[in-house]
Structures are given as C-alpha cells and as structure tokens.
Design a protein around this ligand. Sequence first.
Ligand code: NOJ
Length: 545
Amino acid sequence: MTDAPWWQRAVGYQIWPRSFQDSNGDGIGDLPGIISRLDHLSDLGVGFVWLSPAYASPQADMGYDISDYRDIAPEYGTLDDMDRLIAEAGKRDIGIVMDLVVNHSSDKHHWFEAARNDRNAPERDYYIWADPGPDGEPPSSLRACFGGPAWNWCERAQQYYLGYFSPFQPDLNWRNPALRREIWDMMNWWFDRGIAGFRMDVISLIGKDVENEVFEEGPFLHDYLQEMHRETLRGRDVVTIGESWSVSRETAPLYCAKDRDELSMVFQFNHIKSQWHDVHGKWKPKPFDLVAFKEELFGWQTALADEGWNSLFLSNHDLPRQVSKYGDAGEYRQRSAKALATVTHLMKGTPFIYQGEEIGMTNIQLERLDQFRDLEAIGLWHEEHERGVDWETFLAGVNENGRDNTRTPVQWDASDSAGFTTGHPWIEVNANYREVNVAAERDRADGILAHYRDLVKLRRERDIVAFGRFESVADNHPQVVAYLRTLGDERLAVVVNMTGEEVTFDPPQRLRIVGEGLLATVEPREAIDGPLTLAPWESFAIHAR
Ligand code: NOJ
C-alpha cells in the first residue's frame, strides 16, 4: 500500500472562505483568518483543504463567478496571503486544493467584457452566442439553474449568450482551443505556486453540445479532460476531484479509472438525491429513506471497487447541514453527528469534512427574505411566488435544503458572533453558537470533534480503513447501517443505528467478529456474537486480525 497516492489515505476539509474566519473585522472571512486557524486543521489531522473560490469575483454566486482567475478577491486578501496560506499549510503537511470554476466565468471577466464589445475580438468565441430568431426570440426556452432564461440578450453584442446557471455566469466555449490554452496556462500557474490540486466545479458540463442541447456529460467531455491531463496534470503529484450532478455508477470510471489519465475521483450526488422528492426535487422535504440511501452509498462502493476511487461526503456548501438533514439536531445531536461520521469515514474512498461539520453545526432557521444571501434561494422565491407557491411552503423547503444553511459562520467559541468576526457578520450566525462551538468541543474527550480526530487517524494508520474491500450487509434493514471491510485475513465490522430509538439487529454470520474495538460512541464493544440491542444513534467498529 506504500505506493498508493497520498490522497487515498488523506481526509479533505472544505473551507468556504467567506464564513470560516474573519481577521479584519469587516464581517467577511478571509485568507489571514484561515491561516490563523490552521492549527485546528492540523489538530484534526486532515491532509488537504479544498478551498472554495477565493478568486476575484463580484460574488453574485459567492465566488463561483470569477472575474480574474489569477487574483484573490480583495475582501479575502492578496496573492501574498495566498502564498502564505500555501506555505503555512505546507508546514503542517496540509495541501491546498483550489476550486477550478471553468464551465463559466463571471460576466465581469475581462474576456466577457471584450467579447460583448467587439464581434471580432478573439475573446468573442470564448463564450457561447446565438443569433435571435426571426421575431427576436432566444434559441430555446431553456431555464437557468438559478431561475430565469438561460439565453440572455446582450444589447451591445446583438446576440444571446448562454448562462446555464445565471446571467452573471456566462458559459465558456470549450470548443475553442485558445480558451482551453488559457485554462491550462492558468492551472499550471497555480500549480507552480504550490497548490496540491483542484476541485473542478460542474466539470461534467464542459463537453456540452449546445446545438443538440446535450449539456451534461456531452460528447467532448473526456477528450477535454484527457487534454487537461496531458497539458497540466501529467507528472504532478496532485489530487483532482471533478464535481458532477449527472455522473452515474456506469460513467464514473470514465473520469477516474487509473488508466484513463483524467481525474483522481468525482464528487457524485446520487446518495444525496436519493432523499429528494421524485417530482419536486430538493425543495420538497420527504422522510429519510435509509434503504434508498444505502442503495446508492453501497452501490458506489461496489461500482468503484476495482476501478476508480470514491469521494465520501454528506455535506458541502451547496447542501444542508448533515446532522439536521440525516441525523437529529435536537436531543441526539452529538450522537447522531458521530454516527453519520462513522458511516462516511469507514467506507473506502477519500472522506471530506465540510467546515463546522466536525462540531455538529446545524441548519439555521430563517424567516424573512432579507435574511437569505444565496441567489439560488432568492431566485427560487421569485419563481415560486409567480407560480402561486405560498411563503410557508417555500420556507419549509429552503430551511431544510437551502444553501445558506451551511454558509453561516463557523462557530469557534461562545463570544459575540461566535469568534468569527469582531464586526457585523455578512450572514447571520446560528443562534445556537453558545452551545455548539469549537472551544466547547475541544474540552470534550468523547465529543464530536474527538470522534472525527479518531476517524481521520484510523484512515492514516490502518490499511484496512484506507484500502479494505467493502462488503455491504443488511441492505434492506430500514434502521441500521452495517458493513464489512476485508484486507487479507483482516476484517473490520461497522455497525450504526441510524435512528433515535433502541433497535435490535441480528447480524448475519459474516459480521460476527471478535477483535479490537476501534471506536464506539455509546459503550465499548469488542465482539459481535449474536443479536444486538443498539442504543439510539449508537455506532461502533471492530477490527479483527
Ligand atoms: C457548483 C458549486 O458548488 C455551486 O456552489 C455553484 O453555484 C455552481 N456549481 C455554479 O458554479
């Protein structure tokens, strides 16, 4: 296992810079703030940070709209701060993985400015344009992800441009080789500054065939990813994670099988989507369905068992807080946060922790439109309102699944604004910060933070956690997650009660095991030798060798 890539034993930690730590009292997180908190990350033991966009940006989509790929947003700091962050993290053996947002740029990028001003500018063809129809109409009625039409009329250019997400995020035209060259040069420029890799935003969209309205996993996608590999990644010891909302178990190996020379792994969302409403998607809450959830989680473990590599996560800046969504944010917040971490971190793949998850941060309950910051939620309200949806129904959906939930400031301590800022935070701090904060967790030997620390360490130290073969157990059990990992003669059994009730579980023979109790969140356990009575949200793992 010693020749395995470093990122197969590492845990990633996502920082969403606007809400991590403010250093200058302007109420907005920044790079010096991140540097001041690096010891928290090295204490946790993570191997790399995925830094959500900190580039220059008008922040229409909170940085996922970049106006200069080679500069830092002034409210976040400077390129010098970025270099310092890379160096300081490096001293702690933590790599910095940047976010590569190249399906689209900001409409304030100088490429787009040039493109819309001059039909003959070389940058014109960096974007996707279409002539109006005979009556001035757009080429299609395609809707943008964040509301409104995807084709936007540009008066100066006298053409429509494609903004698949929003008018502020014009899509880049990957079919233009000069555009691709710009991107390769920019990636190499960042690699030369010492970053450890890229998380690639909605990467499965770059190969789109607009004429035929094929957007996801379009016909050019893998050619471009292979070109990217040749031009930027080859020979570098870096990690790459491609985000895709469309990738399936069948297509995943195309991105990350070793001999394909594309990416290290993908972020897929099928387990997340298994909990969305069939008709109304993520905005209509539905009861948690553990069997469907396991079907996806376990299915992906099997699909990528021999080829490719999984990413493991339940949260990020686009998703709700996991303890609120899948656990119990009330009575069993501590136990359920640990249970969910046990499930995620002991599977095979690279786990990711989203800032604040390691202390069991919860969703925030918002009541008024002026409290929301996310353009997706605000755009949604305008659309729903027009459709006649009432405020209470809208609120129920966004308070459960909206993106502002994970964007509230990290709760560091019980002081004002949770130690995030000395100023006025750009988004509200969750009211529970006096109880839920890093300082309080640090003092708890059996707390959530301690549990995450143990899980991260187990992956680094035990081959079976990092590389053991995954075998699902009790797929159809509606309350329990159970699985087995095997490596040579070694076995690792993992059992988690995913409910707030006491549950009896009769483990099949192959899960019966006597060994070392690696972790247990309710009471120590060293054997599974018959039917189990599991306490609410109990989780444990036993290693036999
Ligand atoms: C996915 C990102 O994670 C999300 O935050 C963003 O809004 C879209 N891609 C568009 O860049």
